[in-house]
Design a protein around this ligand. Structure first.
Ligand SMILES: Cc1ncc(COP(=O)(O)O)c(C=O)c1O
Length: 567
């Protein structure tokens, strides 16, 4: 048989198409394998499933025995709950009243009040242990609410409060005095910006600096620059890591649209490195070094605390090794490595995560405490990456603006903060940082163990999270007992305790006493009643069954038309 050239060409094209499809399929498979098996590792599926979860709640009976507790235990819990509610009503009366009034107008308050505990328990908790989110003064490491109660501040103002509220009162006041003559003039700069840029270059070890208004915007700009210079489209982030609330870095639940140019990969995984080696469309890799405390897990919040599955353990050497491998692959593939140090910058070390783990990034984002108490976002980077235009192509630019960038008052407060870092007192704080905070976590854990309480803390320096050692559906109750003991947490509850570095040993001892007292009260009131059949897996299975049953009931109502809303 004679093969015509057209036939040969046809087979050739076919073979090439098959080879290309196999290669594409293999790449797709490698990407799937590099994703974390959890829902956080699969943003699209998580978003779809989130829509499937219906609201349902436990009635006043089930609220106290959703784990199958005996009648006696449920009665003990009820008594404890009522007593706590009484304490809230009397001790926080004005603070609760003001919060409720504000919640009528502030959507943020409505949201945070609704997401403090798993939704099945929400209504009862909100009715009897309402949010008390107002404070009128700060003093040392304490905050004072509208009823005059002093509570130890474990919120850390989302991480901004590194050196104590009094410190920031001073940076803001002194800074404002230095720029008063200029006032809030924007567009031109106050001369002290030069000193800020110089100090930030020294700290970051990078060539240039840009100023923005929030951490989210700093991350947006770093990613945009990476895309511009590499001419590649995709950003890699790691499972569970928070990088602000901009669409591309928040592909999962919480973002109404899909982030189509984001890969969410498993952190500390060879498979993730393989994807970075193979893919040609990756512009940058974003790392939030806070994840070293709980790699691949989302920021812990008590609203997701349906069981005791929350885990955390910080291993500095392992995480440092991971970052070194990541650095090597990024260098090999010309991928921009971005350290998002908005939270941990200045907290782990003066030189942030770069210094702490001994790994250098191409771009670093900072924020929070760097503003000296005022809002800020900063990008530091290599000069070739920071450039926003191309000499040879004048119309091909990378735009970044922002009305309030480089606001004189912010620059001045930042200047006070950066200058303070050079003082011997702050130097001493950094020298003993890990030693002090690891010892404090160890001491508290030893006390909790001695008291046979099923709760422990894990820490990354001064950033802590509370873990639970025995399966329970009621761990989230601890946040309310802690508040009654005078320990103030942020709205995500026991998932994140943030200490400022001005906590003295005596302050910390008082916190430890109160923490143990609160946990003992949770134990006493029966919330940690233990039943060997109650495993974390069994709890999750129960909740899943409840969700399916509720969904099914709604479907039936829709089909049989009993007039109830099926949505
Ligand atoms: C690592 C990280 N990146 C970015 C952000 C966003 O910063 P901002 O809230 O200032 O926009 C945060 C805030 O918590 C953060 O922790």
């Amino acid at each position: 048989m004679q093969w015509g050239s057209a036939t040969l060409a046809f087979y050739g094209i076919g073979a090439a198409a098959v080879a290309a499809s196999v290669a594409a399929l293999r790449k797709r498979l490698e990407l799937s394998q590099a994703k974390h098996p959890s829902l956080s590792g699969h943003a699209r599926i998580a978003r779809r499933l989130a829509r499937f979860v219906p609201f349902y709640e436990y009635d006043a009976e089930r609220f106290f025995c959703s784990d199958g507790a005996t009648h006696d235990i449920a009665a003990r819990r009820r008594a404890g709950f009522n007593q706590l509610a009484q304490i809230y009503r009397t001790r926080f009366a004005e603070t609760i009243r003001a919060t409720a009034e504000a919640a009528e107008s502030l959507s943020d308050l409505q949201f945070t009040a609704a997401y403090r505990v798993p939704f099945q328990y929400r209504r009862m908790v909100r009715a009897h242990l309402p949010s008390a989110s107002f404070v009128q003064a700060s003093h040392g490491v304490t905050l004072i609410d509208l009823d005059g109660n002093h509570s130890y501040d474990l919120t850390g103002s989302y991480g901004v409060n590194l050196l104590g509220c009094d410190f920031y009162k001073t940076t803001i006041e002194r800074g404002a005095a230095r720029v008063r003559e200029l006032g809030p003039v924007l567009g031109s700069y106050h001369p002290l910006i030069n000193e800020n840029a110089k100090m930030l270059k020294e700290i970051s070890g990078l060539d240039e600096v840009s100023f923005h208004m929030s951490g989210t915007e700093a991350v947006m700009q770093a990613v945009r620059l990476a895309r511009y210079h590499t001419r590649r489209s995709h950003v890699v982030r790691f499972c569970g890591a928070y990088h602000g609330w901009w669409d591309d870095v928040q592909p999962g639940v919480g973002n109404p649209i899909a982030a189509r140019r984001t890969y969410t990969l498993t952190e500390m995984s060879e498979r993730a490195l393989r994807v970075l080696r193979k893919r040609r469309n990756v512009a940058c890799v974003l790392v939030n070094p806070l994840q070293a405390l709980h790699p691949n897990l989302s920021p812990p919040s008590d609203s997701a605390l349906i069981d005791s599955g929350r885990g955390a353990h910080f291993d500095k050497a392992r995480y440092g090794e991971w970052l070194k491998k990541l650095r090597a692959v990024c260098s090999e593939r010309n991928i921009v490595l971005i350290f998002d140090e908005v939270f941990v910058g200045f907290r782990l070390a003066k030189g942030g995560a770069q210094e702490y783990f001994g790994v250098r990034a191409d771009l670093v984002t900072y924020g929070k405490t760097l503003g000296g108490g005022l809002a800020v976002g900063v990008v530091c980077g290599r000069s070739d990456l920071m450039k926003r235009y191309r000499n040879a192509r004048p119309a091909d630019i990378c735009l970044a603006r922002g009305t309030f960038n480089s606001h004189p008052y912010v620059m001045a407060a930042m200047n006070e903060f950066l200058r303070a870092l050079k003082t011997p007192q702050i130097d001493a704080l950094y020298r003993e940082l890990d030693e002090v905070w690891n010892a404090r976590a160890h001491m508290l854990n030893a006390r909790l163990a001695a008291a046979k309480l099923p709760v422990r803390v894990a820490n990354l320096s001064s950033i802590w999270t509370v873990c639970y050692t025995q399966p329970s559906r009621y761990n989230w109750m601890l946040q309310y007992y802690l508040r009654a003991e005078g320990l103030l947490l942020s709205w995500i509850g026991t998932g994140r305790l943030i200490f400022s570095l001005n906590y003295s040993d005596a302050d910390f001892a008082a916190v430890a006493d109160r923490f143990v007292a609160a946990a003992s009260a949770v134990q006493r009131d029966g919330w940690w009643w233990h039943n060997p059949a109650l495993t974390d897996r069994a709890i999750r299975r129960t909740v899943l069954k409840e969700i399916i049953a509720e969904r099914w009931a709604r479907l039936r109502r829709a089909v049989y038309g009993d007039g109830q809303d099926p949505a």
